[in-house]
Ligand binder design. Sequence first.
Ligand code: BT5
Length: 265
Amino acid sequence: MSDSRFNDVRRFSSIDSTNRYLLDEARAGAPEGVVAVADHQTAGRGRLGRSWEAPPGANLLMSVLLRPDLPANERHLVTAAVALAACDAIESLPRELALAGLVKIKWPNDLVDRTGHKLAGVLAEADLTATAGGPPPVVVGIGINVNWPGPNDDLPPELASTATSLRLQAAGGGEVDREMVLAGVLTELELRVAALANPTGRQGLASDLAAQCTTIGASVRVDLPDGSFEGLATGLTPEGHLVVDVDGAPRTVVAGDVVHVRPRV
Ligand code: BT5
């Protein structure tokens, strides 16, 4: 990986949040490519003030610092690049784990299994006011449930019905090597982040996102800060935004919470 832009991997046995850490580093001028990985987060962040749970040592908790030079309306493709890299990495895990074909993307930021259980979440946080170190930073964090939840774990009821892990999905039921998943994500990120730099690459990201996106074809409820609506998700725009048909009229959703109300048939 010596020619990779992701060579500076900073490891923490415990930290509040790898996203928080890299945002602070970015504000102080850290360059694109710094990676933070933690065994444990004491204040792991989800979107909209939610939290991300994982016991020490079980899962992959990582963030990368990017400084993409992108039109503002294409910023969702940064989240997509990281989500796709994680899908690619899981797809290329050893064949005996039988994880190929498992993972799909639920728009906008979840990796899910075939039944919609959440395997990973992506959180992109930008500081468009930060002036040190080049183009404004976007820190993208991903939590991948590698070994937790495991077969004997008691989960809070909310997660018990919604979360899964690579371990639970893999053949054999043994532990999955977190370092192998990390190495795979960093390798795949190289290609996916390079694609962000030019229009053709971004087109490729958007079409790969659409191909992996389990939300397309599903009946969805879109929750936005000012209310919610229901419709049929019909596709993605070239910027990676979700198009929802609402009573025959297309509505584009840039960011929001999407709840699948009926599975795709
Ligand atoms: C996300 O938020 O899915 C983004 C999660 C990003 C976590 C990474 S870990 C490394 C980096 N550093 C951070 O501080 N964060 C990033 P959201 O879509 O808002 O989902 C959060 C919700 O998912 C929670 O409210 C729970 O319901 C659920 N949840 C929490 N932990 C989970 C887990 N391990 N597996 C599945 N679901 C979980």
